[in-house]
Design a protein around this ligand. Structure first.
Ligand SMILES: Nc1ncnc2c1ncn2[C@@H]1O[C@H](COP(=O)(O)OP(=O)(O)OP(=O)(O)O)[C@@H](O)[C@H]1O
Ligand SMILES: [Mg+2]
Length: 326
């Protein structure tokens, strides 16, 4: 059926407790502008809104035309809206320091005379480390719970998927470790005739990590609190990308809020004597729209037109919001 059954506004209405909104999709399809427009719209409904980006390549400052790097910044000209680009470098440094301390403790505990630095390097010199620092940042922000609504620019799609896949296994593993450690400790305490408990920072870390993962998993899979929206263009590759994402998300029980189609050329602007280039593109978009209606039946929330300029600044975001939330 080629019509919108539940709109973006309709979806938010039937999910009044929605707390975390994410926008995902292929590069350059409009994730940042949709996140911005959604944040502005929600703020206009009287909610206190945080528009946040965890990506090291930030674009919120550019989008809003003001510096929002490193701290929660009130957005000029919009009531109830704050924006925040998280300083990823800083988080990575802090995580490195934490890991360094744990490794040092462990080496000392196990009586190994190797320099911790070699281990720190190998533990942190990989792309997954940066990714997980970004993810930790996002989770921290979610846990603090200082706003009514959080809108995240760029969904941590692969990360969310990995986290949920891992967290069950991880929690089993930590629980097993805990049990065997507990047994060993009790034995040691019995033998030493003292009741004093020994500090074990490594174990404390594992336990708190397991709890954080469990909590994050709970929030990310909550139908009431969380929705991932996927942006596509009426083109082959962006459609293929979100088809894959939606499949993963269903598999892991992460709520998919729906699909937003961006940059559809307005038919009324195109006449028989319009340039061939334009008529061809419109015909191509028509074909892919059929694909979209078929593949994402009942999930299309909004169709946003291609504007004559890029989307930057609050007035333009308001215009986009008007189309996204008709
Ligand atoms: N409907 C639209 N009409 C005109 N320009 C648009 C529209 N939507 C987005 N744009 C422009 O397209 C470009 C890409 O948008 P945006 O930065 O939001 O994409 P993105 O998915 O966040 O990209 P990235 O993957 O690089 O983060 C921007 O210059 C934006 O202003
Ligand atoms: Mg972006």
């Amino acid at each position: 059926m080629s019509e919108i059954e539940t709109s973006m506004q309709g979806y938010l209405k039937v999910h009044p407790d929605l707390h975390y909104l994410f926008f995902g999709g292929k590069g350059g399809v409009g994730k940042t502008v949709m996140a911005g427009a959604t944040a502005i719209w929600a703020a206009s409904q009287g909610k206190r809104v945080m528009l946040a980006s965890t990506n090291p390549v930030h674009s919120l400052s550019g989008l809003l035309g003001q510096d929002v790097f490193g701290k929660h910044t009130p957005v000029q000209g919009v009531q109830n809206l704050w924006a925040y680009e998280i300083d990823t470098k800083d988080t990575i440094e802090r995580s490195k320091q934490e890991i360094r301390e744990k490794i040092q403790w462990f080496l000392k505990f196990a009586d190994i005379s190797t320099k911790a630095e070699d281990f720190v390097e190998s533990a942190t010199m990989n792309p997954a480390f940066e990714e997980s620092a970004m993810f930790e940042n996002m989770v921290d922000l979610m846990f603090k719970n200082e706003y009514d609504i959080y809108v995240f620019d760029t969904a941590p799609t692969a990360n969310a998927r990995r986290l949920l896949g891992m967290s069950k296994v991880y929690s089993l593993w930590v629980n097993k470790m805990l049990k065997s450690r507990e047994d060993a400790r009790t034995l040691r305490e019995m033998l030493s005739f003292t009741k004093k408990k020994e500090a074990d920072p490594l174990m404390d870390y594992l336990v708190s990590f397991r709890d954080r993962m469990g909590h994050a998993r709970g929030l990310l899979t909550s139908d009431e609190k969380t929705a991932f929206f996927f942006i596509t263009l009426p083109e082959a590759l962006p459609i293929a990308v979100i088809t894959r994402f939606i499949g993963w998300f269903h598999e892991f029980g992460i709520p998919v809020g729906g699909v937003v189609v961006n940059m559809l050329i307005d038919h009324s602007q195109v006449k028989a004597d319009s340039p061939e280039f334009v008529r061809n593109r419109v015909a191509m978009q028509d074909r892919y729209m059929e694909d979209i209606w078929e593949k994402f039946d009942g999930m299309v929330r909004s169709i946003v037109p291609l504007y004559e300029t890029e989307v930057r600044g609050v007035p333009m975001l308001n215009r986009l919001a008007g189309s996204l939330f008709v």
